[in-house]
Design a binder for this molecule. Sequence first.
Ligand code: GDP
Ligand code: MG
Length: 370
Amino acid sequence: PETILVQELANRMAERVADVVKSLMKMGVMATMNQSIDADTAELVIEEFGHKVVRVSDADVEQVIDMIEDAPESLRSRPPIITIMGHVDHGKTSLLDAIRKTSVVSGEAGGITQHIGAYQVTTDTGAVLSFLDTPGHAAFTSMRARGANVTDIVVLVVSAEDAVMPQTIEAINHAKAAKVPMIVAINKIDRPDANPQKVRTDLLQHEVVVEAMSGDVQDVEVSALTGQGLDQLLEAIALQAEILELKANPDRSAMGAVIEAKLDVGRGPVATVLVQNGTLRKGDIFVVGEQWGKVRALINDKGERVDEAGPSVPVEVLGLNGTPEAGDVLNVVDTEAQAREIADYRLQASKDKRAAAGAATTLEQLMAKA
Ligand code: GDP
Ligand code: MG
């Protein structure tokens, strides 16, 4: 079951598929680009080409999927993924809506955004940004707890009326723990009692030194209500993204993270997936958490059907056999048999874990009684 398509192997190494086939032939392995080879053979080929093998423990069948590191020359820049955080009522939802509206107004034909849990906007200077549509710290931490680090940049919204509040501090701590850079959006600047300077000095006490205070954290005064400063905020994000040099390999098979999933009455299980690496295509076979499937349709944030979704693109995925959970990782695999096997393995593993946890509590209860 530990196999990889010859084509995929070539994509990951950024080598010509013909050269890979030739190298296999030299080893006495006859395979075409659409055939699979086993992990051991793949490892030999990878070494032959002078690439790095990152082979993880065999016991963990799921890890085999990520056996090969993407070659540096296969990497292309990708849009940043942004999460908005901040204290309740400081304007997270309003800001997300305002940003979305700017993109619709300036936007593409018939651009009515769908709520799929994330959306993309293009700035005036042409930078593409992906926003996670689920503000709040719970989403951020639960995704991280599940191993899905989907955020590149945190926009910290602080009301210019109230300045730093408990959940502002919480957000700062989350961003710092995740080592995600922050941009401060000082919101409600339209209010007569707005005091943006108080926000800046308050932040100093939490070791967030904004540019206006000679630090290196960008701060932008905005109003989600009037739209003031939104363009500057988007440009600040684009600039931060440039500094981060975010990259992915669009030519490999896709991996991504589920940001929302539900069982839809008409369409069956539907998951919004943020593609993190590779390109997800119609017809791809994939495993996602304890579920697997074959992509029947992909729907973008404008409600349009698309054939593929590249790095940092959010898409609704149809064709799942069950409903995954937010934070689950999606990996495209070669065959249905492989997808089924990995999903079954994970399901069994989590059953075993639950059983073990159950046994432990019973033992504890017994001890308590004794
Ligand atoms: P959230 O809890 O952080 O998502 O905050 P909301 O987006 O729900 O906003 C809370 C309240 O502040 C709502 O009544 C908004 O209309 C209002 N609000 C948000 N942004 C602004 C702004 O820039 N200016 C003004 N005057 N009100 C705002
Ligand atoms: Mg809100």
